[in-house]
Design a protein around this ligand. Structure first.
Ligand code: BMA
Length: 822
């Protein structure tokens, strides 16, 4: 037996890799063959070969729709060594084929696929010859196949209004491939994950999973290896965990076999979400003479707190006995052309989440079950995952064929993912239950509801059977498994998608009327960074109503809504740079308003996940990080409004001005909040200091602050203690009514060791000072900050490429709110 390879989960023993360069051609001969890198997709290959323009730029998307209406063949040759065929069996492994494919080996049919969310494994030894072989994956147009599926339905199922091509709800493909209200319509075809042939003598390892029971000072771990045998036989299976090795000679029957290994781990280091303790991981290795599968697992007990209480039913998460406040955002696929996405992109995004004090991401149901790397990184970084099953914003069939397809998908995905310590919850779908409310009358509702219940019941059965240790939450949003007879959007129970601010144009203050138990979606749009907008719109195209800017806005009326909101709160911005800056500031302030308020409501409210973390192409959207990886102001504000200890001041409608402190620390906190009321010129008019003591995890009202003349100045809060510091500002009226001073800001780049630092000093209060490098992507330690006069701030600048201080200085653009109007 070979030793395990660190970089991958399986040894390369007895393996023939199929990843690499393939050839792609259209079956109708309309496009000459081009090289295609797999895993990857047809759009990426065609773009890389220069056969289509970059769909992300200008309005090129319109020119490339035919790609999705065409059938494609990916093919390549591969070499099979003679020894490989000396093994008894050879199976083909394709982790994800997107979507309707016929696979041929040496011209002979090997398999068909129809669900990108299931793995294909098929015994193919009889089709192989020693030496050169050929594999062909012929993928039918998903657009055509979706229509064909609709013709098979006994009665119409309905459409998804986010999709440009209809009936994607009938096919098991990422729903957002057909466009979304932030997404380009690029129904890609391709292959994802691992692609290889594996030779085995006995059985193949189909899945490795574990269950854990937490005792006083030990964890009982039961490891299960699932093996598939092509015929009856015997095999030696070995499991290794925390230095203990167990081997078993096992009798196999043809088909699926399970081998269980009990371990008792004494005094294990536990895995905690970020902010609550270390992310201790250990290796689990299962092997047969032919194969070795390894995983990194972590021991922790994760529970959903869903109990009856005074307000209704609670909703939140408890890990290792600690009740935490979930802080995070919603994750969508990070690239509409999967072949463009690198592991480094994925890592950079998830590290940004962790750097911004997030402890949870929701993998949203209109995308994909993410890559192994995604969950490995979440484990490593302490980010809990709320995992939707892949259904979103539409009605779905409940025919026996559809249910069987979905069942196979869940069985595969749950087994693949359940051993990740980060995985906290399985959720049935995104907004499928909520959309039932769109039925035109009770008859229609009843018909839709029957379908929903059938599908939901099957999801629940499979989820609880495959993973009895995690909760199945039927839909997001919903009132919880115990309350599925009621419509959702209840402040007393369940998770909430609160969209009145944005979709219904309510003011930011509307957030104060909402007291969710767990807010799993709420969002506000902005434009991406100036550099990103320039990329797709060109220097001259950046104007909110230019055809390109409207094209890169998928929510009807979205640009207008951003601008309309300016008129409520801000003086109207002059110039493209000001418009972009202000749109991002407005977004950040909207989300900050909601999060800070909802954090003060804990434990009534136990989590906020804003919409949305990332983008899948360059576009105006609700994201905090744009497609090219530029952090919008929201992302920097998230770091502060999700900080472990914060101070915030606000007035709920008709209420007094209240000062609150919130701690997410597992220990008590002792510190102080310095509060000052300053004129816009910077003169301190009033000053207080509050000593504060917070219990572990406590949110507490500290004081009511004096009512000052609203246009005379602003409150500045500075919380400090035990190594924590959090600054915040509070305006008493709309920003547009305040005569802000345009502060002079002196800046100086310098090096300290490896670090590139920027010192900023303002001569008057400067609000939401945003630093950018015009030619280089850079992430800053902090940004969009408020400067008080003559109080220097030092920011670390982390550019994509090394820059000397002088070079950085030449590219620096600093914008404050007052710069947005003349
Ligand atoms: C939600 C999501 C998405 C959508 C977003 C913005 O509720 O679930 O479907 O993109 O709103 O409208």
């Amino acid at each position: 037996m070979e030793s395990c390879d660190i970089a991958v989960s399986r040894t390369r023993t007895g393996r023939v890799e199929l990843a690499g360069v393939w050839e792609l051609s259209a079956t109708d001969g309309s496009v000459p063959p081009v090289p295609a890198l797999l895993p990857g997709d047809n759009y990426t290959a065609l773009w890389r070969a220069g056969a289509i323009p970059d769909p992300y730029l200008g309005v090129n998307e319109n020119q490339v729709q035919r790609v999705a209406e065409t059938d494609w063949i990916f093919e390549r040759e591969f070499t099979v060594p003679a020894e490989f065929l000396a093994k008894q069996f050879v199976f083909l492994n394709l982790d994800s084929v997107d979507t309707f494919a016929e696979i041929r080996i040496n011209g002979k049919p090997a398999a068909v696929t129809r669900n990108m969310f299931t793995r294909l494994r098929r015994e193919i030894k009889p089709l192989l010859v020693p030496g050169v072989n050929r594999i062909e994956v012929r993928i039918a147009s998903p657009v055509r196949m979706a229509v064909r599926e609709s013709e098979k339905q006994p009665r119409p199922v309905g459409l998804n209004s986010n999709n440009r091509f209809p009936h994607f709800n009938l096919i098991r493909k990422a729903q957002c491939h057909s466009g979304w209200d932030w997404g380009i319509c690029l129904p890609v075809s391709g292959l994802a994950g691992e692609l290889y042939l594996q030779a085995v003598d006995n059985a193949r390892i189909e899945a490795v999973r574990h269950r854990e029971v937490h005792l006083e000072d030990a964890v009982e771990v039961e490891v299960t290896a699932e093996l598939v045998a092509e015929r009856d036989g015997e095999v030696e299976v070995t499991a290794e965990l925390a230095g203990v090795v167990q081997s078993r000679r096992t009798v196999l029957l043809r088909g699926e076999n399970r081998v269980r290994f009990p371990f008792l781990i004494r005094n294990p280091g536990l895995w905690y979400p970020a902010g609550y303790g270390p992310q201790t991981l250990c290796e689990l290795k299962v092997s047969t003479p032919d194969e070795c599968v390894r995983r990194r697992i972590g021991f922790r007990k994760v529970e959903v707190i869903h109990e009856k209480d005074e307000a209704g039913w609670s909703m939140g998460f408890r890990v290792n006995g600690i009740e935490l406040f979930a802080k995070g955002a919603n994750w969508i696929p990070a690239d509409a052309m999967p072949g463009r996405l690198t592991g480094a992109d994925c890592r950079r995004l998830l590290e940004a989440a962790a750097a911004c004090n997030m402890n949870m991401l929701r993998v949203w149901g209109g995308g994909v079950y993410e890559s192994d790397l995604f969950y490995d990184l979440c484990d490593e970084l302490g980010i809990l995952v709320w995992q939707d099953f892949m259904f979103a914003c539409a009605r779905y069939p409940a025919t026996p064929e559809f249910l069987a397809e979905v069942e196979a998908e869940l069985r595969y995905q749950i087994r693949r993912l359940q051993s990740h310590p980060s995985l906290a919850l399985w959720c049935g779908d995104n907004e499928v239950f909520m959309c039932l409310g769109n039925a035109k009358d009770r008859m229609e509702y009843a018909a839709w509801r029957v379908n929903f219940d059938r599908l939901s019941r099957r999801l629940a059965e499979v989820a609880t059977e495959c993973d009895p240790d995690r909760m199945f939450w039927p839909s997001s949003p919903c009132n919880g498994p115990a309350n599925m007879d009621e419509v959702c959007h209840d402040m007393s129970r369940g998770d909430l998608h609160y969209w009145q601010v944005w979709h219904a144009g309510e003011p930011f203050s509307a957030y104060y009327n909402v007291r969710p138990r767990f807010c799993s979606e709420f969002g506000y749009q902005s434009f991406p960074s100036l550099r990103t907008a320039r990329c797709y719109a060109g220097e001259s195209g950046i104007n909110v109503t230019s055809p390109v800017m409207e094209h890169h806005q998928r929510d009807r009326g979205g640009n207008g809504r951003i601008v309309e909101m300016f008129t409520r709160y801000f003086r109207f911005p002059v110039g493209d740079e000001a418009v972009i800056y202000l749109s991002q500031l407005q977004q950040a302030l909207a989300i900050k308003t909601a999060v800070e308020f909802w954090r003060t409501l804990k434990p009534h409210c136990r989590g906020t996940l804003y919409w949305q973390f990332n983008d899948n192409w360059p576009v105006a959207s609700w994201s905090g990080i744009d497609y090219y990886g530029e952090w919008k102001q929201l992302q920097y504000h998230a770091r502060r409004f999700y900080a472990p200890v914060i101070a915030t001041a606000f007035r709920v409608p008709d209420g007094p001005l209240e000062l609150h402190a919130v701690s997410d620390l597992a220990a008590g906190f002792h510190g102080a909040i310095d509060v000052a009321f300053l004129s816009f010129g910077g003169e301190v008019k009033n000053r207080f200091r509050f000593e504060i003591d917070l219990l572990p995890q406590e949110a507490k009202k500290i004081a009511e602050l004096p009512e000052e003349e609203p246009t005379a100045g602003f409150y500045y809060l500075e919380l400090s203690g035990e190594g924590y510091r959090h600054c915040n500002e509070c305006f008493l009226t709309e920003y547009k009514r305040c005569d802000l001073v345009r502060a002079g800001i002196r800046s100086r780049f310098f090096r300290k060791g490896e670090k590139l630092l920027l010192e900023l000093i303002a001569d008057a209060p400067a609000f939401w000072v945003f630093c950018e490098l015009t030619e280089t992507r850079a992430v800053w330690s902090d940004n969009s900050i408020t400067l008080l006069p003559e109080r220097p701030a030092v920011l670390e600048c982390r550019p994509d490429r090394p820059l000397a201080p002088e070079e950085a200085a030449a590219q620096l653009r600093v914008t404050q709110l007052r710069d947005t109007w003349r």
